[in-house]
Structures are given as structure tokens and as C-alpha cells.
Write a protein that binds this ligand. Structure first.
Ligand SMILES: O=P(O)(O)O[C@@H]1[C@@H](OP(=O)(O)O)[C@H](OP(=O)(O)O)[C@H](O)[C@H](OP(=O)(O)O)[C@H]1OP(=O)(O)O
Ligand SMILES: Nc1ncnc2c1ncn2[C@@H]1O[C@H](COP(=O)(O)OP(=O)(O)O)[C@@H](O)[C@H]1O
Length: 300
């Protein structure tokens, strides 16, 4: 039985009779092929990417596994439609905190229609796409105190300026201050989620190293999805070791083009900018922890 994904944070959502993705109980995510060229383009990308031997295995793991296309009953009641069958990136988590960050300082690309170009450039200027080279598209955080998810409104998220994006990245790894806009995020999970040899930063750096040389694809309007489970960081002992780790996946390939031997400087530049934001948070947390440790050592 297919159902509407519980943890989707951006994009087209299957509600109010609209077409959107569905999930099953076996860890698969069914993304409908949009009626125009986008759906076909994305399915073509997955086909060619999954068979591409030039892409190293350690990079393949940053993309959802592709299981082909399948005709399934669409979410909008219009009968059976082709869907891409993908790995459901969040299926291994109980209460995942999820963030979608669209990478690049532009979402349009050469040869798009005037209408599409205008729509993209308007959104790019209104959000942090132009100023930062990325924009937060949506996120949700599991709130321990309330035992429920906190999720900002889409319009609020798309209205973030530089400080808003920075704050969102801090909130994403905090155990306090979710609904309260006045309190300062404590970044309680920053070291575990963003830091460490398997953390988000290490994964982003691995991706960056590939983007510094790859000229096969241009990832226009593509997103980085970050997922982690904060329950596990609060539970000490054995449970932590088995907990699913923080992970980065790339999603949304509706606008991927051939790289034609040219570096994807739009994606690479945005990724570098995003990495700097994550690094800055880790640095602040490290400095704070150092001060706390020296205070303890000095008996304060
Ligand atoms: O419909 P909208 O205005 O919500 O725009 C969608 C975007 O949502 P946004 O408002 O930027 O968060 C949406 O962005 P996110 O996935 O939410 O980051 C996509 O850009 C989507 O286009 P496509 O499926 O990638 O071709 C966009 O869909 P189209 O309008 O291009 O169909
Ligand atoms: N493979 C996946 N597994 C789990 N969630 C996914 C997957 N792909 C996309 N999502 C969720 O759906 C949202 C929108 O995906 P996206 O591919 O950008 O759709 P759209 O083309 O409608 O913008 C993402 O922000 C994420 O929350």
C-alpha cells in the first residue's frame, strides 16, 4: 500500500488532489514523472547515472538507489502513472530531522524558455540563491521536549536572507529554541551531526572533491538532502552505535544537463559556500566547548 511520505520537506507534495511522491513500507520512494520534459529528463539521468562506471562507488552512494520506473496509482486520483522508484532516503529513521538545500547561485540554465528563466531568476533573487549560492528549501526537526516535529512554514523559509539561512543551519542541530524565535540555538548536536569523520561536513567535502574534477553532468536546481536522528545522540551507550548516521544525499535531477567536459561551477561554487556555513558553526561550537573545558579545569 502506497502512502504520502511523512518526512518530505520540499517540492511537489501529494495533497489536495495534487500529484506528488508516494512511499511504500519497504523503503522505496515513488516520484511521479511530471508530464513535461522534466520527468523524462530525471528518469534518463537516473538510468545513465546508475550505469555510469566513470562515477566512483563512493560518489554513487550520495545518490538514491534507482530501481527503474513503474506504473502506479497516482496520488491525484488520475489513475496509473509512471513513477521513478527510488531508495527512500529516510526509511531507516524513526524520527528523522531533514533539511533540503537547493545548491547553486542560479536555478535557470542556458536555453530555457523566457517564462521559466523569469520565474527562476525572481525566486533566486528573493531567496539566498544569488547571494549565497544556495537556499534552504524546507526542513523539519524532531523536538525532544515536545516529542513532535517542528517545521517552519514554506513561505518563511523561502523568505530567509543570509542571517535566516545561518540560523536555520544552527537550529537544525539544536535541542532548544525551535518554535521560539527569540532564543539562541544551542547547537547541541552540531559536533555529532556536522562534525566527525562520518559527519555531514566530511561527506560534503568528499562530494566537493568529486565536483572539482567531474565534467560529466551539470546539476541545475538540484538539492542536498541532510538527514539525521537526534534521538540517538541523547541515548548514551549501545543504542548510539546502531543508530543510523547523519547522511547527505543529492536529490532532484529534473534539470540535469550533460557537462560536455566543463566543470559544474554553479553547483561547485554553491557547495563551497554551503560548506563554509557548516564549518563556521562547527568552529563556534568548538571554541565554546574549549572555553567550557578550561572553566571546568579552573574550578569555575
Ligand atoms: O511550484 P513551486 O513554485 O512550489 O516551485 C517548485 C519549487 O519549489 P519552491 O517554491 O522553490 O520551494 C521546487 O523547489 P524545491 O524542490 O522545493 O526545492 C522545484 O524547483 C520545482 O521545480 P522542479 O520540479 O525542480 O522543476 C518547482 O516547481 P514548478 O513550479 O517548477 O513546477
Ligand atoms: N529518494 C528520496 N527519499 C526520501 N525523500 C525524498 C527523496 N527524494 C526526494 N525526497 C523528498 O521530497 C522532496 C522533494 O523532492 P524533489 O526531488 O526535489 O521533488 P520536486 O521535483 O517536486 O521538487 C525533498 O525535499 C525530500 O524531502
Amino acid at each position: 500500500m502506497l502512502k504520502v511520505p511523512e518526512h518530505q520537506v520540499a517540492g511537489h507534495i501529494a495533497r489536495d488532489g495534487k500529484l506528488g511522491p508516494l512511499v511504500d513500507d519497504e523503503g522505496r520512494f515513488y516520484k511521479p514523472l511530471q508530464g513535461d520534459a522534466r520527468g523524462e529528463n530525471e528518469a534518463k539521468f537516473y538510468e545513465s547515472f546508475s550505469l555510469n562506471k566513470e562515477v566512483p562507488d563512493h560518489i554513487h552512494r550520495y545518490f538514491p538507489v534507482y530501481h527503474g520506473t513503474q506504473l502506479v496509482e497516482a496520488s491525484n486520483g488520475s489513475g496509473k502513472l509512471p513513477h521513478m522508484v527510488l531508495e527512500d532516503v529516510v526509511s531507516g529513521y524513526l524520527n528523522p530531522s531533514v533539511m533540503d538545500v537547493k545548491i547553486g547561485s542560479r536555478t535557470w540554465y542556458p536555453d530555457v524558455s523566457e517564462v521559466y528563466f523569469k520565474k527562476c531568476i525572481k525566486k533566486d533573487r528573493e531567496t539566498t540563491t544569488v547571494s549565497l549560492g544556495f537556499r534552504v528549501s524546507g526542513f523539519k526537526i524532531f523536538d525532544h521536549q515536545e516529542s513532535s516535529f517542528w517545521r517552519p512554514d514554506k513561505r518563511v523559509v523561502l523568505g530567509y536572507k543570509v542571517d535566516g539561512a545561518r540560523l536555520a543551519l544552527r537550529k537544525f542541530v539544536s535541542s532548544n529554541s525551535l518554535a521560539d524565535s527569540n532564543s539562541i540555538p544551542n547547537c547541541a548536536f552540531a559536533s555529532e551531526v556536522y562534525g566527525g569523520s562520518n559527519g555531514i561536513l566530511a561527506q560534503l567535502l568528499e562530494l566537493k572533491a568529486w565536483f572539482e574534477t567531474q565534467t560529466i553532468f551539470h546539476f541545475n536546481s538540484c538539492s542536498i538532502l541532510m538527514v539525521y536522528e537526534n534521538d540517538s545522540f541523547l541515548m548514551k551507550g549501545g543504542a548510539t552505535e546502531q543508530a543510523p548516521r547523519a547522511q547527505v544525499k543529492l536529490v532532484d535531477f529534473a534539470h540535469v544537463l550533460d557537462g560536455n567536459g566543463v566543470i559544474d561551477h554553479n553547483f561547485l561554487g554553491g557547495l563551497c559556500s554551503f560548506i563554509k556555513f557548516v564549518k563556521d558553526i562547527l568552529q563556534i561550537v568548538e571554541e565554546r566547548d574549549d572555553i567550557d573545558t578550561s572553566r571546568l579545569e579552573n574550578g569555575h
